[in-house]
Structures are given as C-alpha cells and as structure tokens.
Design a protein around this ligand. Structure first.
Ligand code: GRG
Length: 321
C-alpha cells in the first residue's frame, strides 16, 4: 500500500521524530511538523488542480486567487481535517476535498479581513496582502470566488454525497452569520469599546474558533466518527481554536514582525479587545496553556492514534507565526 494511503498514525515515524513522545501529555511539536511537511504537498497539489481554471476565468483573477490560496500559509485547518479523518479510520485522500474547501474558506476570510474596510493590512505572510498586490476590486472578487469554490469542491468531490451535503451545511454554518462572519462583525464593532473577557471569548469562538472546530468536525464526518468521537473532536477543536487566538493576540502584542509575517502592534493601535490587553501577557499565556492541556485530555482516549493532535496542540502554543 502506498504510504500516502495509510493512516498517518500507522506510518512509521520519520527518522528524526522523537519516539519517546508518543505518550499523551508528553508530545512536542516534532511529530506534527513532520506530518505537516509530508502532507502539505498533497494539499497544495489538490488546491492547485482545483484552481486550474479555464479561459473564462480572467488571468488577473486567477493569479490573485492562487497567490492567496497557494501562498506560504501553515495549512493548519486542512491538516486538521486530514488528521481527524485518518484518526477515525479513513485515508487522507478521502478527506482531501473537505480539507481543500476549508482552506479556500480560510483564504477568502484573510483576503477580506486585510481590506481597508476591515483590518486594513498591507502585509500578509511576509509579503503584500492580496489587495495591496492586485487592487481592492480584484481582491474582493478573489475572496468571493474562493468562498463559492469551496462549496463547489465539497459538493462535486466529497464522497459519499450524503457526507458532502453534511459537510456543506456545517461549513456554511461555521463560516456564516452565526459563525466566522458574525464574530468578525462583532470584533469590528468592539473596537475602542469596554468589552470584557466573556465578550472577547464570544467573539473569538466564532471569528477564529468556528473554522478550527469545523475542520476537525468535517474530518470526523469523512472518517465515519461515532457520536462520542465527534463530541471529542469538536471539544478538542473548540479549545484549540481559542488557544490559537490567544497566541495570535500575544504575537500581535509582543511578536517579531519578521517572523509573524504581518505588522504587529496593530491591535492596540486600533483599540481592539485582545486577551493580553484584558488579562495581561502572562495570564494570557497561562490561559492558552490550560486550554491546550484541556484539548489534549479530550483526545487522550485515542492513545497513540491521537499523537498528531497531541503534537499539534504543542505546535499551536509554541508557534511564532
Ligand atoms: C472577513 C468574513 C471575514 C472574516 C475574517 C479569520 C478572520 C475573520 C480574520 C482573520 C484575522 C486574524 C488574523 C485572526 C487571528 C486568527 C487567524 C485566523 C490567523 C490567521 O490564521 P493562520 O495563522 O494563517 O492559520 P496562515 O497564514 O498560516 O494560513
């Protein structure tokens, strides 16, 4: 059987992986980094092929779409989809359409978030953001095209059709008015307001958390997770998503611009509610670490099969970009 078709937890760890770290609670990020390095090319190849548009797609639009989708992002959300599917017993290839759909949604959200009407960022991933390079109109349209393409890919390519329909419904809900878009709207409205921690968590559960949560949920659906497994995956995703956002706030608060790949210190300049401004950097880091530990506990019944999730949790806490 080709390596790419085997479940990730059944493949031998790469030579440089830390074998002593297979016990839950002890994992460092090495296993996840190795898994990501092995699987990202598969994700990138699928994203490339889904965006090899014909002559009806204007060249500048195609370029803007591919610039934002195939750029140097971490591909964290599609990796979560594939890991969840493999943990539940299917192959990574089976879950590729869902993984690509989630990344398309994410790429659209970043393009629109960077626009002057929103976060007004001219840098993303260490290079000009989409509108800074292609202009606002093309950036808006590239985002629109990615949003619709995500659902076309799911509907056409995810199997079986019943799973595709469920994935479409969950992804739309996570990305929509009660999910990411709702969180973004509240986040923009909260600038220079006197919000508290509860309000901040409510914003980020939707703005950032919903897409991370739905990534593991889609992987579980493709992998045929039972109710108990789905509950654990979703709880893991929720805790990981909030921890991810706290770390993101910390990176903006005290991160190195060159490493982060975008301007830092912007949140406080815009009067944004963030974890470090509400509770201080030290408490924020402790809160992120507690969430990561709680996320780990959710997947511990899988034992060694959850090694990727365990290692990824550490990666989220450690990340500097
Ligand atoms: C515009 C509808 C709409 C929503 C925007 C996702 C989002 C909502 C805004 C992004 C703002 C932001 C920087 C939030 C912090 C968390 C986050 C989503 C970071 C970027 O995700 P990474 O680090 O990005 O996974 P890469 O570059 O690795 O793909």
């Amino acid at each position: 059987m080709p390596v790419a078709s085997r479940a990730w937890w059944a493949t031998p760890p790469p030579a440089h992986a830390t074998h002593t770290h297979i016990v839950i609670g002890m994992a460092d990020s090495t296993f996840f980094r190795n898994y990501a390095a092995e699987v990202r090319p598969l994700i990138n190849a699928a994203l490339e092929s889904y965006t090899s548009f014909g002559a009806d797609c204007p060249a500048h639009l195609k370029e803007a779409i591919r610039y934002s989708l195939l750029g140097p992002g971490k591909k964290l959300r599609p990796l979560l989809v594939l890991m969840a599917a493999e943990t539940c017993g299917s192959t990574r290839e089976d879950a590729l359409p869902a993984a690509c759909a989630v990344e398309m949604l994410h790429a659209y959200s970043l393009i629109h978030d960077d626009l002057p009407a929103m976060d007004d960022d001219d840098m993303r991933r260490g290079r000009p953001s989409c509108h800074a390079k292609f202009g606002q109109a093309t950036a808006i349209l590239a985002g629109d095209a990615l949003l619709t393409l995500a659902f076309e890919v799911l509907a056409r390519h995810q199997q079986p059709p019943q799973t595709a329909a469920l994935c479409c419904a969950h992804l739309a809900a996570a990305a929509g008015a009660e999910g990411m878009v709702g969180g973004q709207a509240d986040d923009l409205n909260a600038e220079f307001s006197n919000g508290d921690l509860a309000m901040l968590k409510h914003i980020h559960r939707r703005k950032t958390g919903a897409m991370i949560r739905v990534s593991v949920l889609l992987g579980g659906l493709v992998g045929g997770a039972n109710n108990e497994q789905t509950g654990r995956l979703v709880a893991y995703g929720e805790k990981l998503g909030l921890a991810f956002q706290i770390v993101d706030d910390l990176l903006d608060f005290q991160g190195d611009e060159a490493a982060v790949g975008k301007r830092t210190g912007k949140d406080s300049a815009r009067g944004k509610l963030t974890f470090p401004t509400i509770m201080g950097a030290e408490k924020s880091r402790a809160e992120a670490a507690a969430l990561i530990q709680a996320a780990r506990e959710q997947i511990s019944p899988w034992g060694v099969r959850a090694k990727g999730f365990d290692s990824l949790a550490t990666f989220v806490l450690e990340r500097n970009q």
